[in-house]
Design a protein around this ligand. Structure first.
Ligand code: BES
Ligand code: ZN
Ligand code: ZN
Length: 512
């Protein structure tokens, strides 16, 4: 895992790093990118020819590793990784991030402790991507792809040796603002990796109160206010959804209330609320899931992890907004004290719901947190939840669904996601589908009919957002975990949502 991030004026010829990563564009023979080309005599013609001979074409995602000595250059770095960037005129932030990620995967197992790269300069002058965006993309690609979760592996030494570089240096970088861009990327990387750590932690090691205290300690240290509302407070505040879902477990539920205030905040600074689903384990409750469906349910707090981790990064990004985060933490288990199908819960805003399926628990805890958020009359509410298997059926495991009551806000979330390398898709909240939630005994029931489950879940949540408050709901059930390593995304918890939230808040804070 990368722990040291630096920008250096020194180029590859002076910097003592173990491995050097450079880019090459698709051509025949492949053309070395700016930042690499300068290293070689005659524009790297000999290396280009050699690469062509071994079948390297410069396609996106292609990598080739060779000793620097064999490449015909005398450098402190012993290993050279050439990474393909595809067509020269099509290099964008995504290409750079993914190239950086595949390069780091290539050298991960090779024992290099430090990596230097000129990839940030590959988009060239005048360039298809500006230098500061390039710096951000490359740093995020390398930082995020170098993540691993080895806490429970016994042979730690061997693993961390295999784990690859701990230091990243952007070489030959004299761009104004480079260090600030690197530090922003670093804050983002560290937030995403912390979210992944929380998600990957086994459920029994993150009981609601334990996880809450861990988050509280880390946020307090970062200068973000953080309160933990324990069970008696939840009852006093009439948070019947959180209390109801938490009743089945010996580990009591709680609610995190986090607040970031910008240092130089004017009196007119706007407020944004973030809400994250924090089900530390979802067995389904009395509506028990089958064994297979439970295997990954320690990840059902991914939305909460993304919100807490994003809150942590806000001071370092200097976001110009007041941001209030709510994360209800519960364990959804069956027991003699658990909520039963047919029970009625009453939420913070006075509405009631008949719980016909205790596995549709996310919406019940989100309801209280959204109602609390509405009371602050914020300029926007964003919520993240691994809410429905249906969303995963609709959009697969790489794209989250975005629903909301304000198309402008949904668009802003989608474009923030696209800018930073995450993917969302707008899903509707059809008014007439609300009928599906009608209950015989309460204001609504917690499940709809068999089809369109992501939408009825979204419609349920909409009942807890006051009219006139722009709100967007991100159903991250699909992309919250990954079954394979791919580019900057590792197997297991992905930390999805952190990058989107941070980019969204940066942009929203800049607009008035
Ligand atoms: N946590 C699950 C949703 C989920 C499923 C997330 C798979 C990630 C992967 C949620 O609490 C749930 O169980 N939802 C039910 C709702 C249904 C009972 C209406 C579902 O999607 O099946
Ligand atoms: Zn569930
Ligand atoms: Zn759940």
């Amino acid at each position: 895992m990368i722990r040291r991030f630096a920008v250096s004026e020194a180029g590859p010829k002076q910097a003592s790093v173990d491995a050097l990563v450079v880019g090459a564009f698709r051509a025949d023979p492949p053309e070395l990118a700016p930042g690499a080309i300068e290293l070689f005599s005659e524009g790297g013609g000999a290396l280009s020819k050699y690469l062509a001979e071994v079948g390297f074409k410069g396609e996106k995602g292609e990598t080739f590793l060779l000793p620097t000595a064999a490449a015909g250059v005398d450098l402190p770095a012993r290993q050279l990784v050439v990474v393909g960037l595809g067509n020269k005129d099509k290099v964008d932030s995504c290409v750079l991030r993914q190239a950086a990620a595949v390069a780091i995967r290539t050298i991960k197992a090779k024992g290099a402790r430090s990596v230097g790269t000129t990839l940030w300069a590959a988009a060239g002058e005048p360039g298809t991507v500006d230098a500061l965006s390039s710096i951000r993309s490359v740093t995020e690609g390398i930082g995020l792809a170098s993540y691993e979760f080895t806490k429970y592996k016994s042979n730690k030494d061997a693993d961390s040796k295999k784990g690859g570089p701990e230091e990243l240096v952007l070489l030959g970088c004299v761009v104004e603002g480079a260090d600030a861009a690197l530090q922003r990327a670093r804050a983002t990387v560290e937030a995403v990796c912390w979210a992944r750590d929380m998600v990957n932690e086994p459920a029994s090691a993150k009981a609601p109160m334990d996880l809450a205290r861990e988050i509280q300690a880390k946020l307090t240290e970062a200068g973000v206010e953080c309160e933990v509302w324990e069970l008696d407070r939840l009852q006093k505040e009439r948070l019947g959804g959180i209390v109801g879902v938490g009743k089945g477990s010996v580990n009591p539920p709680c609610l995190l209330r986090m607040r970031y205030v910008p240092r130089s905040s004017g009196s007119r600074v706007r407020t944004v609320c973030l809400v994250g689903k924090g089900v530390v384990f979802d067995s389904g409750g009395l509506s028990l899931k089958p064994a297979e469906g439970m295997e990954t349910m320690k990840t059902d707090m991914s939305g909460g992890a993304a919100v807490a981790a994003s809150m942590w990064a806000l001071p370092r990004l200097g976001i110009d907004l007041e941001v209030v985060g709510y994360v209800p933490l519960v364990e959804n288990l069956p027991s003699g004290s658990a909520t039963k199908p047919g029970d009625v819960l009453r939420f913070r805003n006075g509405k009631s719901a008949e719980v016909l399926n205790t596995d549709a628990e996310g919406r019940l805890i989100m309801a209280d947190a959204l109602a609390l958020s509405s009371e602050l009359k914020p300029a926007a509410i964003l919520d993240l939840a691994t809410l429905t298997g249906a969303c995963m059926v609709a959009l697969g495991t790489k794209i989250f669904g975005v629903m909301g009551n304000d198309d402008g806000l949904v668009e802003a979330v989608l474009s923030a996601a696209e800018e930073c390398g995450e993917r969302g898709w707008h899903l509707p909240l059809p008014e007439d589908y609300k009928k599906q939630l009608e209950s015989e005994v309460a204001d609504m029931k917690n499940i709809g009919s068999r089809y369109g489950g992501a939408l009825t879940a979204g419609l349920f949540l909409s009942e807890f957002v006051d009219e006139g408050i722009p709100w967007a709901h991100l159903d991250i059930a699909g992309p919250a975990r990954s079954d394979s390593d791919e580019y900057e995304i590792p197997k297991g918890g992905t930390g999805v949502g952190v990058r989107t939230l941070l980019r969204f808040l940066e942009r929203f804070g800049q607009s008035s």
